[in-house]
Design a protein around this ligand. Structure first.
Ligand SMILES: [Zn+2]
Length: 314
């Protein structure tokens, strides 16, 4: 089973169409890829519609990163398995995906926390997100090692992962991937940028991805390639470092077919989760206070099924 493989796409597309199907991607050497680029397309297979977001070459074949616009699940599939045509954002099929991108592009573009912060529907679930910003500290073992979490199979969590974290935590990264393969974690892999710029001395409107000289396209697309070459299927979500963005970045993100993931419960900042909240903690060792608060929050949870996969937020 591949990481992030869509069960629905699995039933529609033959196994041989999927890049990772049948591979234990936790054990593989990084995949060599080329010609990675944005390609917005409407694709059909056996009467089912998908939206292609990217195209790239690997293993002498051309592959697409596709999403199901209704479920927002993503997959990496052999281009020859689908019949596709180029579209614009305005030509996306009516769906949760189209609606969310439209809503994102028509926002008020706040500097901080622009994006999905809470369930759009009446969902009473909690949506846990764990940020892995670059850090030389150990992964927070108290998070997924928590007894309630470790005894819940397929515990749903969105992991926002940066290139800088992967580069310095290969062993912990492989452990995470193995926890997915073992059926312990159900991870939605979220792009958290390639270099995740940050300087303590700079004001927020010139910090993180608003840092002078930052090339946003590289931060998004290089990290996607890094994730795929390391065996992950990127989701349609992007978490801005520091939750800091502006109108220009949000509109550029929209043009890539990605959704900004904010939070209304960044625990270490004192924000308390309410039913439907996107909860934010750091798993990179930089914010142990947030992990302690999450541990305390878990003590009051009697039914772990209140935690939902990110795609259920619509
Ligand atoms: Zn971060």
């Amino acid at each position: 089973m591949a990481l992030g493989f869509s069960a629905q796409a699995e039933s529609i597309l033959p196994q041989s169409c999927s890049l990772f199907k049948g591979r234990n991607t936790a054990m593989q050497a990084p995949l060599a890829m080329s010609d990675y680029h944005v390609a917005l397309r409407s694709c059909q297979v056996q009467g089912h519609s998908f939206v292609a977001l990217r195209e790239f070459k690997t293993s002498n074949k051309t592959y697409l990163l596709i999403t199901d616009p209704t479920t927002l699940k993503t997959d990496l599939v052999d281009k020859s398995c689908l019949s596709c045509e180029d579209i614009t954002l305005k030509q996306l099929p009516e769906s949760h995906f189209r609606g969310a991108l439209k809503q994102q592009s028509q926002g008020s573009f706040p500097l901080s926390n622009d994006g999905i912060r809470h369930a759009q529907t009446g969902s009473k679930g909690y949506f846990l997100t764990v940020d892995l910003c670059p850090s030389h500290k150990e992964f927070e073992k108290n998070l997924f090692g928590n007894q309630k979490v470790s005894t819940t199979s397929n515990f749903p969590v969105a992991v926002a992962i940066s290139g800088g974290w992967i580069a310095h935590h290969q062993d912990e990264f492989n452990q995470l991937k193995n926890q997915v393969l073992d059926g312990q974690l159900n991870v939605t892999w979220v792009n958290h940028s390639y270099t995740h710029p940050y300087q303590k001395s700079l004001p927020l409107d010139r910090n993180f991805l608003l840092t002078s000289g930052t090339i946003f396209a590289d931060e998004v697309l290089k990290q996607e390639q890094y994730m795929i070459s390391n065996g992950l299927v990127p989701s349609v979500y992007f978490r801005f470092p520091g939750l800091i963005s502006d109108r220009k970045l949000i509109l550029e993100l929209t043009s890539y077919g990605l959704l900004s993931l904010g939070s209304d419960a960044w625990l270490a900042l004192g924000q308390k989760p309410t039913p439907g909240s996107v909860i934010l903690v750091h798993g990179n060792g930089n914010e142990p206070y947030g992990i302690r608060l999450f541990t305390a929050f878990l003590q009051n949870i009697t039914d772990m099924s209140v935690f939902k996969p990110m795609n259920d937020i619509f």
